[in-house]
Design a protein around this ligand. Structure first.
Ligand code: G6P
Length: 603
């Protein structure tokens, strides 16, 4: 969704801009560039390709100046080309702009500006802003005034950073429905799409709100309202995140590292205070209607929550994919909406949250990224504290969310007097043991999954099948496979298969069955029934198998024996590893899969 950075400091800022930009690459990586201000004016270097490639091809590090802005792009308006890469100049090259979001009235503005003689170099929506600035500026009008006038002419969503040769000691930035934060360091200030941009340099952050702009200099910053120009008092907040979280720590890819980090991430999810979970459980019990929302991986996490809340606590809380929530949900003051999001910025989920609040509903959120919009807008926030998740493919964040939802369902069960009936203390014990189980399991599975991946990597179509609570896990495993391998994978409830999709089963189409532990007899028997249907059509059957029985499948990955309530989490890890190892075997760009962005901040 595009990442933006701006730095104003003392020495050359280009090397630091490149480092900060690479921290935001999960927001997009089809092209990138930077602009620096120096004694001869503004210099722009940009090209297509990810940061590392463009940095060496265009010598980004060598651009001169102690003030600069940079951008990594995920194309929305205008194809992937050098011209469309940011930053964008005004005609006279006195303004340079980077932008994340969509300027919805760009056609009208462009026509007006062309009429006035402006020449455009790109087909992006963003470029209108640099020309607007040039148009608004004249001697006697400050750059800040020109910036604000130009901002007021924009419709749509934006996080913008701008530098100008007319005012070289400042960076100007603004936020409207696209994320933007400031990092406050000694002798330098940083503008970034989110805290990941500057976490290695400072933990002091200022979180901008929609409708605000900031004027940032080396030792100072001022925040004002775009609409009125009134000053806003802003707190400097301390971001408590592990800096090492941003490094690969000896792993080949961030995806692998983040899969292996899951034991630690579960520990941290177990450390989230009981009080917070109980508060959320109370909100749920008190609300006549409840909805869970998320999108992509977090929709599947929400679905997982739906199953848990129903089965452990007898609560019906339907999960909706937030991209469609607006068409289905109609929240009212009786509704409690629980949003689930790694980034806390995903447009669809944020919109669902805002819609619910506007309708008078109560709101809550489970979020990873500190300081993100959802952490500030939801009435009650559970911070999962999973540390930076860099790979575009979400793994550890989803795991922590599932653990937190399990804790939530247990607290709900207690509130409803069902704690003893579901033997809640045993489930908590199992969750506490889970990090240790995962540590052994990861070591144990790695080679076996690698072998399987090598053997099956050329199959073009895959199914991931499960029943009951294994269904959302099957969806999520299939999503991992699609995202990172570019192979077609469908996740489905195994019972649904016979209602049409069975026609696709053939000897070239492997089905991975998420087998429940045998003590869940009904679920186990039903899953076996579906498995036989696949086998009868000569479909290869691979099982993620937590049971001791062997030889019933073409291939199997045996999983540790745990209680039914935590078993689905083990299947999720097996699915993540399967996707990862298959992608490696196919030589895919694991951390930067084609066409994707981690944080989708447009509609
Ligand atoms: C994008 C990403 C997905 C992610 C989804 C929700 O679509 O590509 O990987 O699951 O957004 O993101 P969130 O940050 O809200 O969890």
């Amino acid at each position: 969704m595009c990442g933006i950075v701006g730095i104003i400091g003392e020495g050359e800022v280009a090397p630091l801009l490149v480092k900060c930009l690479s921290r935001l690459e999960y927001r997009g990586y089809d092209s990138c560039g930077l602009a620096t201000l120096n004694s001869v004016g503004i210099e722009i270097r940009k090209d297509i390709g990810p940061v590392e490639v463009v940095a060496s091809r265009q010598n980004l590090d060598l651009a001169h100046g102690s003030t600069g802005i940079a951008h990594t792009r995920w194309a929305t308006h205008g194809g992937v080309s050098r011209e469309n890469a940011h930053p964008h100049f005004s005609c006279d090259r006195s303004f340079a702009v980077v932008h994340n979001g969509i300027i919805s009235n760009h056609h009208i503005l462009r026509a007006q500006l062309e009429e006035l003689g402006h020449h455009f170099s790109s087909t992006t929506d963003t470029e209108v802003f640099s020309h607007l600035l040039e148009e608004e500026w004249r001697p006697g009008i400050s750059v800040e005034e020109s910036f604000v006038h130009a901002l007021r002419r924009l419709e749509g969503t934006f996080a913008i950073a701008m530098i100008s040769a007319h005012d070289p000691k400042r960076i100007f930035c603004a936020r409207e429905k696209s994320p933007l934060t400031l990092g406050i360091a000694a002798g330098a200030n940083i503008v970034g799409s989110d805290v990941n941009a500057f976490l290695s340099y400072t933990r002091q952050a200022v979180l901008l709100d929609d409708g605000e702009y900031a004027v940032v200099s080396k030792n100072d910053f001022r925040v004002k309202e775009i609409a009125t120009g009134k000053s806003r008092e802003k707190q400097i907040v301390q971001i408590e995140w592990n800096i090492e979280g941003s490094e690969k720590a000896g792993h080949a890819h961030y995806m692998e590292k983040e899969i292996w980090e899951q034991p630690e991430v579960i520990r941290r999810a177990m450390e989230v205070s009981q009080q917070e979970i109980v508060s959320l459980a109370r909100l749920i019990v008190e609300a006549p209607r409840k909805l869970l929302i998320g999108v992509g991986t977090t929709y599947y996490v929400a679905l997982f929550g739906q199953y848990l809340l129903a089965s452990l606590a007898g609560e019906f809380a339907p999960a909706l994919s937030s991209d469609e929530a607006a068409n289905l949900a109609l929240p009212d003051p009786d509704t409690l909406l629980l949003a689930i999001s790694q980034s806390g910025e995903t447009f669809d989920t944020l919109q669902g949250l805002r819609m619910a609040k506007a309708a008078g509903a109560r709101s809550a959120a489970i979020v990873n990224v500190p300081g993100s919009s959802m952490t500030r807008e939801a009435d009650l926030v559970i911070r999962q504290n999973s540390g930076p998740e860099i790979c575009v493919i979400s793994t550890k964040a989803a795991m922590a969310q599932m653990v937190l939802l399990t804790r939530l369902a247990i607290e709900l069960a207690y509130l409803k007097g069902r704690g003893r009936e579901i033997q809640a203390f045993k489930i908590i014990d199992e969750l506490d043991r889970l990090p240790e189980i995962f540590e052994t399991m990861l070591k144990d599975l790695q080679q076996r999954v690698r072998r399987l991946a090598l053997q099956y990597k050329d199959k073009r179509n895959w199914f991931f099948l499960g029943r009951g609570i294994y269904t959302p896990v099957a969806y999520e495993c299939a999503l991992k496979m699609k995202e990172v391998t570019y192979l077609h994978a469908e996740g489905m409830s195994a019972g649904f298969l016979k209602h049409g999709t069975l026609s696709l089963i053939d000897p070239e189409t492997p089905s991975i069955f998420l087998m429940p532990p045998m003590e869940e007899k009904a679920l186990y028997d039903l899953t076996m029934g579906s498995l036989e249907e696949v086998r009868a059509r000569s479909g290869p059957v691979i099982a993620f198998n937590p049971n001791e029985e062997r030889g019933k499948f073409d291939e199997e990955l045996s999983l540790p024996k745990v209680s039914p309530w935590v078993a689905p989490l083990l299947h999720l890890v097996a699915g993540q590893l399967m996707a990862y190892e298959t992608a490696v075997a196919l030589e895919r760009d694991v951390d930067r899969p084609r066409s994707l962005a981690k944080s989708v901040t447009v509609a």
